[in-house]
Design a protein around this ligand. Structure first.
Ligand code: ZN
Length: 472
């Protein structure tokens, strides 16, 4: 029905695009060994975009009928017409390329191949491992499965189908004793099926969470000092996201987001010149990495995605700019125009932003540190509007003395400024230390859009960083 409609002539518009999104989200939680009622959310709708005399107009509907879509085309055309009175940039059809293709997440165990009972059994099996002592006051093992189908049609013949399966498995344990409360967690967000509930993997992850939360109860406070800092991939995820991903979003650099999400310390003239980090720093935009949370073949305007270097040997090369931002900035970009759902227009977003691994084993990295601290798992974050000065807290830390991990430290934090921090990168873990994480909650845009992003990184070491204790 949509394809036929797009073939007929329309209101003298330059281009019409229809994006249909169908999404089912299912939530399973076991709290303190008890299964909570599962829930499921279904969402479906259509975003209609038109390009008219160089200006875009948008309208969306959740009514699945051709008459509702036609009405949206008329509303969007009126909005495009009105935009002419507030001109920002005149676009051509170049920013909506013709494209055909499909993408389907690789899934070994589909959601419908396990019963609800079997899923809860797997989640409940780890509950006793998360509670290894009476001081544990709360445990959670949960699973979220999101199945999304996105169909994109354009009046230029574009036809794209993408089916994504996103899974998030979370294990938490909170303990309290003598006025000290600590939480340890392990969250994995990947594109895969229910193989994420592999009993042996879950047990291993729960064992670490359950044991470490008790270690934290007895641990010393993280000291205040300047020393070498070693970060695990689950903290590197947040570090890359906040101090590389967001500052490189081209719409921020162009000023579009300054009212809400913020601006960027990066300027247009920095591309090709700025020494962002040490020679060890290689950052790629890679929506092609199998299983990573934000993998896709096309962005939501039909631009085919490819792996691109954003930072190569420490030098800033390319920003996170979609075809629209590339047109406006006259700079190279990537295929990253994405929307959180059918009722939002696509804007510049991160996808998978990864730090490429080096050669050192974890032990070799520690061996380079005479006095330092090793931190795992983000707990808190704060960064300024220009994505420059930051302060991040982690759940778990260990002192590094003479190249070896020693005592456990609680409430670890560190602070730095983005480019000096990345220039202090002194050692990079090998592929054996490389791990992929993701989140479904990267927020940006007015109205707000929470979107899924992925970040993979090896273990990394940084020279002379300010660390300090205290719950943030
Ligand atoms: Zn974000």
């Amino acid at each position: 029905m949509i394809k036929e409609y797009l073939k007929s002539p329309h209101l003298k518009l330059d281009w019409i695009g229809i994006r249909k999104v169908t999404e089912t989200s299912t939530y399973y939680t076991v709290r303190n060994h008890k299964a909570e009622p599962p829930s499921q959310k279904f969402d479906q709708g259509y975003m209609i975009e038109v390009l008219h005399d160089g200006y875009f107009g948008y309208a969306a509907t959740c009514v699945p009928s051709l008459s509702a879509i036609k009405e949206c085309v008329e509303i969007a055309a009126k909005r495009a017409e009105q935009s002419k009175h507030f001109p920002l940039y005149k676009f051509s059809q170049e920013v909506r390329p013709y494209q055909r293709g499909e993408f389907i997440s690789e899934v070994k165990i589909p959601h419908n191949k396990m019963t609800m009972g079997e899923i809860f059994e797997r989640l409940q099996a780890v509950a006793p491992i998360l509670k290894q002592a009476d001081s544990v006051i709360d445990t959670v093992s949960s699973l979220i499965v999101v199945e999304t189908e996105t169909e994109i049609y354009g009046s230029n013949g574009t036809e794209i189908l993408q089916r994504h399966t996103f899974v998030t498995s979370d294990l938490d344990s909170t303990a309290s004793k003598n006025g000290v409360t600590q939480k340890r967690s392990d969250t994995e967000s990947l594109q895969m099926g229910l193989e994420i509930l592999d009993p042996k993997d879950l047990e291993k992850r729960a064992q670490k969470v359950g044991a470490q939360v008790l270690e934290l109860l007895e641990a010393e406070e993280c000291p205040t000092e300047t020393c070498h800092l070693v970060l695990a991939p689950d903290q590197m995820m947040l570090q890359i996201h906040e101090s590389i991903g967001h500052p490189l979003e081209m719409d921020r650099i162009l000023g579009d987001e300054r009212n809400y999400a913020g601006w960027s310390f990066v300027k247009k003239e920095d591309f090709g010149n700025l020494r962002y980090g040490s020679d060890l720093l290689n950052i790629v935009f890679d929506p092609k990495l199998k299983g990573e949370f934000a993998s896709y073949a096309f962005d939501e305007i039909g631009h085919e995605a490819s792996k691109e270097y954003l930072i190569e040997k420490g030098i800033l090369k390319r920003g996170l700019g979609s075809l629209e931002s590339q047109n406006r900035s006259k700079l190279y970009g990537v295929a990253n125009q994405r929307a959180s759902s059918w009722n939002r227009p696509a804007i510049d977003r991160m996808a998978n932003i990864n730090l490429l691994p080096g050669n050192d084993t974890f032990e070799e990295i520690l061996g380079k540190v005479e006095n330092g601290i090793y931190m795992e798992t983000n707990r808190s974050w704060s960064i300024d509007d220009f994505r420059n000065k930051f302060q991040f807290g982690c759940e778990y830390a260990r002192k590094i003395e003479k190249g070896k991990l020693t005592k456990v430290l609680k409430n670890p934090n560190y602070r730095a400024i983005s480019t000096p921090f990345w220039n202090s990168l002194m050692a990079l873990g090998n592929p054996g230390t490389f791990k992929s994480y993701g989140t479904m909650f990267c927020g940006k845009g007015e109205p707000n859009q929470a979107i899924r992003v992925g970040h993979a990184s090896p273990v990394c070491a940084f020279k002379n960083i300010e660390v300090f204790g205290g719950a943030q």
